[in-house]
Design a protein around this ligand. Structure first.
Ligand code: ATP
Length: 370
């Protein structure tokens, strides 16, 4: 399932050079983006980057100042919210407290004056989909938070929208329930074939559920890609740093031919070696982004590592399955190395102030220009 790589595929949603201003303030800058049918698409970025504004334009609560938004080939800029095949599920769920679960799910269908038996059949289908059959007669205050979340989802899907917008849908759930619910959400999305666009602060959540992630910053798209490419092939320091843990080493690149670069980086340190398909000029400032799990930590200097540097253990974070070592170099720079704790003895492989070697291969890091 990779419609974004299929030149024949037509997108369900198309933002064309969309700018959104609130008075003098530009919340979205000339943004173009395509989202395909059946995608589970995540908008990710820090507070204020414009995620909610994007959702509100899709839902029809805001109009773009410039540019167009198409849904299934139709310009929807001036189509009112209730005339769009789009539904939005809010973080607060906005369930009706005085109505039963059944009636909450039926609400939109009744308002559309659908025939009674059609409503009943659809509600039963939604109850089954969200595993709420047993709770149909209860009111929202008589069920758990996770169940309320499923009622909200069932209600949002009852009218079979083409597109469902989810604003922090799991924000109210605790960490453990949140993880289980992520898988449930993916399952329901797949079963219904509805296109989901989710806004979340939680990068792990976006990585888990999304087919593709758009990373935004200050109203601009920084990168749109699959979760693994966002993680493995970030296009900028901003994206590398936003998703997951990363070491950023600043230096100057010297091309050595065949995509190989020498990087001079810190006083008294041997130059690093990195490979990249990017073309960097001699002497250009560059940034090597390298994930802590790609940095090996050893007591002795590894025999044939492309990159090996020495330092002292400064801090250790024991995370159960993993340990992260913060290693201080001679110039005070900290490099993080992560080991997986498969064996029980791994917990104290190294201790504070141990002298250790950090090493990685020439292709372990991503060489970035900005
Ligand atoms: P959060 O994660 O905190 O919800 P967000 O990424 O969803 O943030 P938006 O709500 O889209 O951000 O807001 C983007 C920017 O636009 C913010 O700087 C915000 O202050 C501004 N903004 C949003 N709505 C309005 C409005 N109605 N009038 C003026 N400024 C607005």
């Amino acid at each position: 399932f990779e419609p974004w790589n299929d030149p024949e595929a037509t997108p369900l949603i198309r933002f064309w050079n969309v700018t959104k201003k609130f008075g003098d303030f530009t919340a979205i800058h000339d943004l173009s983006l395509e989202i395909f049918e059946r995608e589970f698409f995540a908008l990710l970025g820090p507070s204020g980057c414009g995620k909610t504004t994007m959702m509100r334009m899709l839902a029809g609560f805001e109009e773009p100042t410039r540019g167009t938004i198409e849904l299934a080939g139709q310009d929807i800029a001036h189509v009112p919210p209730n005339k769009r095949a789009v539904n939005m599920m809010f973080q607060s769920y906005a369930l009706f407290p005085h109505l039963t679960v059944w009636d909450n799910i039926a609400f939109g269908l009744r308002r559309d004056r659908k025939p009674k038996d059609e409503i009943a059949a659809r509600v039963e289908e939604m109850l089954k989909l969200t595993r709420l059959e047993k709770f149909a007669r209860r009111k929202p205050d008589q069920i758990s938070g996770g169940q309320r979340q499923r009622v909200a989802l069932a209600r949002s899907l009852a009218k079979a929208p083409k597109l469902l917008l989810l604003d922090e849908p799991l924000g109210a759930l605790d960490a453990k329930l949140r993880q289980d619910t992520q898988f449930e959400l993916m399952d329901i999305q797949e079963k219904t074939g509805t296109t989901f666009v989710i806004v979340t602060h939680d990068q792990e959540e976006a990585m888990t559920v999304a087919s593709r992630i758009a990373v935004m910053d200050e109203g601009r798209l920084m990168q749109v890609d699959t979760p693994d490419r966002i993680y493995e092939e970030p296009g900028s320091v901003y994206v590398a740093d936003f998703i997951g843990d990363v070491n950023i080493i600043e230096g100057r690149a010297t091309p050595q031919g065949e995509g190989s670069y020498r990087i001079d980086w810190a006083e008294g340190q041997p130059p690093l070696t990195a490979r990249s398909e990017r073309r960097l000029a001699a002497g250009q400032t560059c940034y090597l982004a390298i994930r802590p799990e790609k940095v090996a930590i050893t007591a002795d200097r590894p025999a044939d590592a492309a990159n090996a540097i020495q330092g002292k253990v400064h801090d250790i974070a024991y995370l159960g399955n993993l340990s992260t070592y913060h290693v201080r170099l001679a110039d005070g720079q900290i490099i993080k190395a992560q080991t997986s704790n498969r064996r029980r003895i791994a917990r104290r492989q190294f201790t504070w102030e141990d002298t250790v070697w950090l090493s990685w291969t020439a292709t372990a890091g991503v060489l970035l220009e900005n």
